[in-house]
Write a protein that binds this ligand. Structure first.
Ligand code: PGA
Length: 252
């Protein structure tokens, strides 16, 4: 049985004081969660977060990792640096990184390899823009992103990898893909993975939905067959809201 995974993506929010307050409130609220719970915090909050979640079921995640193990890359952070701080998961290829920081399928792939080599578990983000969706290119775009991200990634590494499907037009906009649309596109992503790695490996992979997922729509989204978790932005910044998503109820 696959264990669903729900991760908060704090983006560029919370200083150390806010991190401590939010996580101290969150720990007891999610202690009985059936799913795996992750918080992806800014680099500067990692150490505070690590202390605040110590002994709890919450796992630590970062929001990016550099593709080189070390060297002359001013301003960058390596996998080894993150592992040293007990980071377990790392977001790679978030649409905001693709949109504002020149992230490409090639750089995503290089970061995925560096993360795996460095002992981190990548959460690879894919998703189409509104323009791509409206011109009927959703499947083409997510298949291209999947093929790019997984280039030369070995089958035995798949169990360390999570995919997040985040339609760009649904991120931070309050517009959620309908549960059916999200499910259908995730099925397309899984089919692309099946083509690369075979049925058993692809079926075992966890694929999250992300994009305005919140306390109100989590139950419905999490009840869909293809959806194995969520990547939560805005709603992860309030402990009660995030806890409600994590403690979702399956609709029969
Ligand atoms: P949102 O962000 O939940 O605020 O839409 C999701 C994400 O960007 O990971």
């Amino acid at each position: 049985m696959k264990r669903p995974i729900i991760a908060g993506n704090w983006k560029m929010n919370n200083t150390n004081a806010g991190t401590k307050a939010l996580l101290t409130e969150l720990v007891p609220l999610v202690k009985d969660a059936k799913c795996e719970v992750v918080v992806c915090v800014p680099f500067t909050d990692i150490d505070t977060a690590r202390k605040a979640i110590r002994g709890s079921n919450i796992k630590l995640g970062a929001q990016n990792v550099h593709w080189a193990p070390k060297g002359a890359f001013t301003g960058e952070i390596s996998a080894e640096m993150l592992r040293e701080l007990k980071v377990e998961y790392v977001l790679i290829g978030h649409s905001e990184r693709r949109q504002y920081f020149g992230e490409t399928d090639e750089s995503v792939n290089a970061r995925v390899k560096a993360a795996i080599d460095g002992g981190l578990k990548p959460i690879i983000c894919v998703g189409e823009t509104l323009e791509e969706r409206e011109s009927g290119k959703t499947a083409e775009v997510v298949i291209r992103q999947i093929n790019g991200a997984f280039k030369d990634i070995e089958k035995y590494d798949l169990k360390k990898i999570v995919v997040a499907y985040e339609p760009v037009w649904a991120i931070g906009t309050g517009k959620t893909a309908t549960a059916q649309d999200a499910n259908d596109t995730i099925a397309v992503i899984r089919k692309a993975l099946r083509k690369l790695y075979g049925k058993t490996a692809a079926n075992a992979m966890r694929i999250q939905y992300g994009g305005s997922m919140n306390a109100k729509n989590a139950d419905e989204l999490m009840s869909m067959k293809e959806i194995d978790g969520g990547l939560i932005g805005g709603a992860s910044l309030k402990a009660a809201d995030f806890a409600r998503v994590v403690n979702y109820q399956e609709i029969q």
